[in-house]
Ligand binder design. Structure first.
Ligand SMILES: [Zn+2]
Length: 307
């Protein structure tokens, strides 16, 4: 796989990485290049200088180290382009697949990673980020995972689709960081962070939440479809069926899976009471209504996606 780093990012990272007595050497080498008259030639000389300093400062090493750990990505993706992110939330990887069928699967795939220059000079934080992003990509190119870029749209509407995407991201990330932790490569506290994020996003699982978290974090990696199923119908998938059906007091549809006060977040109960003054927590409601009120109460807006 070809690693292509954008020149402006290389230059900014070098300026951050070069410290101490080397700063004078670097500036001296730079000054000399201003003597080149032809502007294109001068620009190329600057780029070559920064690439040389980039390699000498060992800034490429984390990329090569992380890539060596994921053979599926190394062999299954043709190009890896790294460009600059201006803010921390923009940092991360995306896999682009060309629709050109004349190309092989490998040739069609381009991995684009956006990073801030500051991240490039913090080796351990960079490695942790690369490992998480690359393991997601490794799943995407693994036929056994059977990844689909679009989650099936829910009949309920786009708000509900957002909720599914958030849940799916939490589930996928749980299995990713769990695998990295088992290799002994995750920072301290990773399990606790992953666990609390999972419990926040899957409060409806009640007593079963810990067990499902453990299965994802420490068990075999599920397939994409299994994650989608769990994101869509967490309680059914976790086997939490109830014996007798009721009618949902909110939407009126029949349900075997009532969510009651115990599995509903405080904000959701407050939101329901404000909109439906007659409703009481012990009556419960169907899982779909519970999810819609979770969206309205903003419960999902607070679940950060990356650890
Ligand atoms: Zn309902």
């Amino acid at each position: 796989m070809k690693l292509e780093l954008a020149d402006p990012l290389i230059e900014k990272a070098v300026r951050l990485a070069v410290t101490g007595p080397e700063v004078a050497v670097y500036h001296h080498e730079r000054e000399e290049l201003y003597g080149i008259e032809d502007p294109d030639e001068r620009e190329q000389a600057f780029q070559a200088l920064h690439r040389r300093w980039f390699l000498a400062s060992r800034l490429e090493d984390p990329f090569l180290e992380a890539l060596a750990e994921v053979p599926g990505v190394r062999d299954g993706v043709a190009r890896w382009c790294v460009s600059e992110a201006s803010r921390a939330p923009e940092e991360g990887a995306e896999l682009y697949v060309s629709p050109d069928e004349a190309l092989s699967d490998r040739e069609r795939r381009v991995l684009v990673l956006r990073l801030r220059p500051e991240t490039l000079v913090e080796c351990s934080r960079l490695l942790w980020l690369l490992r998480r992003e690359l393991l997601h990509v490794a799943d995407m190119v693994d036929p056994a995972f059977a990844y689909q870029p679009r989650l099936p749209a829910a009949a309920v509407g786009p708000v509900y689709d957002d909720l599914l995407r958030t849940r799916y991201a939490v589930l996928w990330s749980t299995t990713v960081v769990g695998r990295i932790e088992r290799r002994g490569q995750a920072p301290e506290g990773t399990r606790d962070t992953a666990r609390s994020r999972f419990l926040r996003a899957f409060a409806m699982l009640g007593d079963k939440a810990e067990e499902i978290f453990e299965r994802l974090f420490s068990g075999e990696r599920p397939s994409h479809d299994e994650l989608v199923k769990l994101a869509r119908e967490p309680r059914e998938t976790a086997g939490m069926t109830q014996g007798t059906g009721i009618r949902c007091p909110v939407c009126g549809s029949p349900t075997y899976l009532r969510e009651t006060g115990a599995s509903l977040e405080g904000e959701v109960v407050a939101c329901l009471r404000a909109e439906r003054p007659q409703w009481r927590p012990e009556q419960g409601l169907c899982p779909r209504c519970a999810d819609l009120f979770r969206v309205r109460a903003g419960v999902f807006a607070r679940a950060p996606l990356s650890a």
